[in-house]
Design a protein around this ligand. Sequence first.
Ligand code: PDD
Length: 276
Amino acid sequence: RTVYLNGEFLPENEARLSIFDRGFLFGDGIYEVTAVLEGRLIDSASHMARLERCAREIDVPLPVSTDEIVAIEKRLIEENGLVEGMVYLQLTRGAEDRNFLFSEDIKPTLVLFTQAKTLVTAPIKGLSVKTVPDQRWARRDIKSVCLLPQVIAKRIAKAEGCDEAWMIEDGFVTEGASSTAYIVTADNRIVTRGNSHKTLPGCTRLAALALAAEQGMTLEERPFTLEEALNAREACLTSASNFVAPITRIDGNAVGSGEPGPVVKRLRELYLERAR
Ligand code: PDD
């Protein structure tokens, strides 16, 4: 694979980073994952907007413009012959001798690489989720590389044979370990949390909700409890790595009929039609 590191396109085994990089020492950095379908970037503009916002929030300057980043992503897709999968981007504050405080002339580190992955599998399979306590910090709207709580959550989910973890705080579902969480009520309302510091504002969420609204589907942006989720008719998640995916089991309990339902199936189709 060809990867990108600070202005250079290199074979992956020639890319070298300092052990003093603050992304490594402090988790002082942010990231983006953008899906690629048929060689094209999906929801690229919203990923770039979120990257700019997060970079501003942690006060790390983008070393190149977002237009240049998109050009880098396209070149990596081309050089690596990527048809389906994702582009990963990481921006850290940079490298210098370890100190909590950093100097004014520190140079950010920008890394991008591609990953081949099957994103659209047919027929659609219902995913299972395991609930875990949300043990993250208070600024989950920043796509920080400090992912230890999510790594632990996903390991617990995997140990129980589940595909994703749903994180619970004060009885409410905040979001998945790497996805946005939704339920569909008995009267066919699609319920998902509104954006706040409590969750990452998903790019897939933004696009999926716009499509749902366009189609006249009923949306309710509010927190929902685990109890509500256990009694929901349908459930799903959205993320760059799964688009819109039905959830059919929560902590071993069937959601609704236990099969992917019509509202989520429709939302997935709408999203994929637009992506293709
Ligand atoms: N995760 N919530 C969290 C905590 C996430 O990590 C993600 C994405 C999402 C969905 O955001 P989007 O629709 O923009 O992908 C929600 C990526 C895929 C990851 O960490 O690999």
